[in-house]
Structures are given as structure tokens and as C-alpha cells.
Write a protein that binds this ligand. Structure first.
Ligand code: NI
Length: 167
């Protein structure tokens, strides 16, 4: 297993659109393990392959307090979305930034798991937020891009300052 480097906004590679996974082979299984380990180490509750510079439709989520309930979504598709809910979001690719985002309150998602089994997941609350946030990554979208232009400018300035301080 290995920790994978996480791309940081505004890295242009975060804007690549991911391609479907053709087959859940050994390489994909290894990628899932590495992404899980990377997410837990960060620590975070969700990670899309895009964030580790692998442009395949694959994401991992664990919203449990015990950090032992890894959920894998391969080629996820939202088949139903209902309601509206606002939630404060953060992202491993945008460290230290937390902003409120409005999304669907409930989603029904169809995806394959790590065994290649197709399944349907009904989600609400934090899991629904997390699935939608990570699926945006697969389309090359980062959550801060849903905010107002003014807020985006403030975030860009803050991130630039953080980077200068880290050097
Ligand atoms: Ni994110």
C-alpha cells in the first residue's frame, strides 16, 4: 500500500473529466486500497480518484466515526435527486477552507463496489453531500467553484498566502 499525493486547488489537473472504469481488475483494487489509506491518513471522509491524478470514475467515502466503513463507488450515477440542503463542506484538495454549499438533500446512486458488484445506494445527510461532492470531482469540478466570484477570489488569495508560508 502507498500514500498517494493529493492535488491541491487550483491545480489544472483537478479539472480533468474522469473516464469510466472498464473492469475492476487488480490495478483498480490496488488503487482503491491506496486511496482508502490516503484518505484515512489525511484525514478525510471522501476522496475521488481525480484528486490523486487518476482520471477514472472511482471514489471512496467513509463517514463513520470508527473509520472502518469504507464505501467504494465505481462509475457512480445519480439516478434520483430530491430536495435541497445546505452543508458546510471542506476538501482535501482545498486545505483549510470550509464553506456552505447547497446540494440535493437525498440522492439515489447506482455504482459498482470493489468486488465489481452493481448496487444502488440511497443516501441523505452527510453521505448524500459527500457523494455529490466527490462526483463533482470526477467531472473536474471543485466545490469552491460553486461559490460566489468574490468568495472564490478570497479563497484564491488565502491559498496563495498559505503556499508562500509553506515554502
Ligand atoms: Ni473534495
Amino acid at each position: 500500500m502507498a500514500l498517494l499525493p493529493i492535488l491541491h486547488y487550483p491545480d489544472p489537473r483537478l479539472h480533468k473529466v474522469a473516464a469510466p472504469v472498464k473492469q475492476v481488475d487488480d490495478k483498480i483494487v490496488q488503487l482503491i486500497k491506496d486511496m482508502g489509506e490516503t484518505m484515512y491518513a489525511a484525514p478525510g471522509i471522501g476522496l475521488a480518484a481525480t484528486q490523486v491524478d487518476v482520471h477514472l470514475r472511482l471514489l471512496v467515502i467513509d463517514i463513520s466515526e470508527t473509520h472502518d466503513q469504507l464505501q467504494v463507488f465505481i462509475n457512480p450515477e445519480i439516478i434520483r435527486a430530491e430536495g435541497e440542503a445546505e452543508c458546510e463542506e471542506g476538501c482535501l484538495s482545498v486545505p483549510g477552507i470550509f464553506e456552505k454549499v447547497t446540494r440535493a438533500a437525498r440522492v439515489v446512486v447506482s455504482a459498482m463496489d470493489q468486488h465489481g458488484q452493481q448496487r444502488t445506494v440511497e443516501a441523505e445527510g452527510l453521505l448524500a453531500v459527500c457523494i455529490q461532492h466527490e462526483m463533482d470531482h470526477l467531472l473536474g469540478k471543485v466545490f469552491v467553484e460553486k461559490l460566489s466570484r468574490l468568495k472564490q477570489q478570497r479563497i484564491a488569495a488565502r491559498l496563495a498566502k498559505q503556499q508562500r508560508q509553506a515554502m
